[in-house]
Ligand binder design. Structure first.
Ligand SMILES: NC(=O)c1ccc[n+]([C@@H]2O[C@H](COP(=O)([O-])OP(=O)(O)OC[C@H]3O[C@@H](n4cnc5c(N)ncnc54)[C@H](OP(=O)(O)O)[C@@H]3O)[C@@H](O)[C@H]2O)c1
Length: 309
């Protein structure tokens, strides 16, 4: 099969499209997925560069890509909830080979039936970013109805899902964005868009929850927006405990985990018409370097999709 692999860590030149990669055989608890679409996430090029080696210990060659939609092409002996031909989607284990390939094996418990109302491309754009938003808001900060949440980078892939999920939870949503994306974030339900290039979001106050998707100065300037007892979650860097204590708030770092049940709930939300997926751009398997280049700009307005078959 064809697969985009890396045999060493580095810049985009390490990406290789190979056409003689063995189709993997699913273990008893796995399914083989015939990949329709993959999505690019910033973690793909961070892994490609080798930034996460200390944490993930990948073996090479490695196929990148940890968002997938496709059809079940083989089923392991112990798998009961999926059958041949099922249309599925997944954010698989990031420590293993990914979805920039014609086929991949995934532990069945990380695989859910794809939302019926979404195209293959849209479905591939959901798992990693939407699970991140889900877990940050529901598990790490327990955002509740009536609370005020500040979501950074509302136009980013995670930010777009976070706005929609926060609104479904009944929160009031403030989000940072540049002016070119104001309409986009308001269209997703944000109550207030703050132009981070021309306005100072740190003048906000009495915020219950900050969702940091940027880190650095954005994280540093977010503490003072929180009310006493507020919660901050970052998906970019572990926040300083001492700073949280100083401000009388709690803070955590979320690293997304695969979760089939949550994917099933997200599919229900999508099929009820409550989860829009914006596609920033689409590429082929032979254009993964261009797709990474787009992601590395930090300017994407939604998901970057790789059309595989
Ligand atoms: N820990 C985890 O489990 C986890 C999971 C997913 C993602 N992440 C990380 O979270 C970050 C966001 O991921 P993503 O997929 O959402 O990224 P993305 O889609 O590439 O984000 C791009 C968006 O960010 C906006 N942006 C850039 N700088 C900004 C700023 N200073 N303030 C407000 N908006 C800004 C850009 O809008 P403009 O062009 O208008 O600036 C653009 O629309 C990445 O670092 C990623 O690695 C972590």
């Amino acid at each position: 099969m064809k697969a985009v692999q890396i045999k060493g860590f580095g810049d985009r030149s390490v990406l290789e499209l190979n056409d003689d990669v063995e189709i993997p055989t699913p273990a008893a608890n796995e399914v083989l997925i015939k990949v329709k679409s993959a999505a690019v996430n910033p973690v793909d090029w961070k892994i490609r560069e080798g930034y996460l080696q200390g944490m993930l210990n990948h073996t090479l060659p490695l196929t990148l890509g940890w968002d997938v939609s496709g059809e079940v092409a083989a089923v392991g002996a112990d798998v009961t909830h999926l059958k041949l031909g099922d249309a599925v989607y997944s954010r698989p284990n990031i420590a293993k080979n990914g979805s920039y390939a014609e086929y991949m094996t995934v532990v069945a418990d990380e695989v859910a039936i794809k939302p019926k109302s979404l195209s293959w491309q849209e479905a591939a754009g959901v798992p990693l970013a939407a699970l991140t938003a889900w877990q940050a808001l529901n598990e790490f900060t327990n955002l509740e109805a009536g609370e005020r949440v500040l979501i950074h980078a509302g136009s980013g892939a995670v930010g777009q899902f976070a706005i929609q999920l926060a609104k479904l939870l009944g929160a009031t949503v403030y989000t940072t964005t540049s002016s070119k994306n104001t309409e986009l974030v308001l269209g997703l339900g944000a109550d207030e868009a703050i132009d981070y290039k021309n306005e100072d979001f740190s003048e906000l106050s009495d915020i219950d929850v900050v969702f940091d998707t940027i880190g650095g100065d954005t994280l540093a300037n977010s503490w003072k927006t929180l009310k006493m007892g507020g919660r901050l979650v970052s998906i970019v860097e572990p926040p300083e405990e001492a700073t949280a204590t100083e401000y009388g708030v709690t803070a955590s770092f979320c690293f997304v985990e695969p979760n089939r049940e949550q994917l099933e709930k997200l599919a229900e939300i999508a099929d009820a018409g409550n989860l829009k997926v914006s596609i920033d751009s689409e590429f082929g398997l032979d254009q993964v370097a261009e797709a990474h280049e787009r992601s590395e700009t930090g300017r994407a307005q939604g998901k970057i999709i790789i059309n595989v078959s």
